[in-house]
Design a protein around this ligand. Sequence first.
Ligand code: SAH
Length: 350
Amino acid sequence: MTLSLYDASYQQLADVLIGEPPYRVKQLWAGLYEQCKALDDVTTLSAPLRTKLHETLPTSLALVRESVSDKGDTIKFLWRLVDGNHPIETVLMHYADRVTVCVSTQAGCAMACGFCATGQAGFSRQLSVGEIVEQVVRASRHAKQRQQRVANIVFMGMGEPLANEPAVWGAVERLHGDMGISARHLTISTVGIVPGIRTLATRPLPVNLAVSLHAARDDLRNDLVPINKRYPINELMDVCREYLRAKNRRISFEWALIDGVNDTARDATELAKLAMSLKPTAHVNLIPLNPTPGFPTRGTDAAGVRRFAERLKDRGVNATIRRNRGTDIDAACGQLAAGQPVVLTARRHV
Ligand code: SAH
């Protein structure tokens, strides 16, 4: 496999620029990561040098399509991985006070959550550090056209970040160390891979951890999030406690509200109990379920979502309702399938 531009280390770039003064490598590195420039726009390097770099270290992502929603504030990029041709997606979201990029960590996903379009489509392959970083760099370049700087990265695109932890951590180091994005503005979301959370607890930077819970009792969670059969809720909570002891950073729970499935008073009580069992108490992010082709059950309606949030608050748990972005272009949570066909399955809760 050829080394790609964004997988190359500083030293590997220096090796390609051998014979050039050392400051050239510095200029190139700053151009790529601080200024998020395309190689051709790093004009401190001569054209022949840029050509040599292109030939030795190609980029990884070919843009297939840009879809726009929310009056231009949400942009979904569909890419093809140059190596292997797999499609992946990245979402850029402009808010009044910040710009967030949602990145994919795998082409597809092996976790098979029935309500998630990525899960419905299955797994293709892991992404490399460079393939993750390039998504951020290219989205940042796009944001720069609006004079905006990307400050938040969420590892919530296609794939399960903690099933590809070494590459995700490599990307975290690059985003933090070279692009200057604060570790506190990086959020890794997991379906609940217990060994992955344990590894993350040993990592040095204070990134945020979000756990996609969706159900607070094993029978329901086994059904919604099949990996729960391998890592049941009590083991998941134990490793969350281990993480909290190491990091002392509040964990958040994600909860996609599914009509009549996990939005009842009982669910709120069970969820509150789990959230309160962590110190500090977990924060809950409520996401009304977004439609996906393979899961006919609807999301909870707006009034039901508010009622659920109130129930949590009454029990002492802070909950926020996540505003949906880009539903019309299939860019919202759980909708990223990169144009892949989904497998239609009949499920118990449909
Ligand atoms: N695999 C990781 C990263 C994906 S993050 C994880 O599971 O955390 C995407 C988030 O959107 C997860 O919380 C996921 O459970 C949630 N999600 C999936 N499908 C959804 C849907 N149809 N509507 C709303 N949220 C969904």
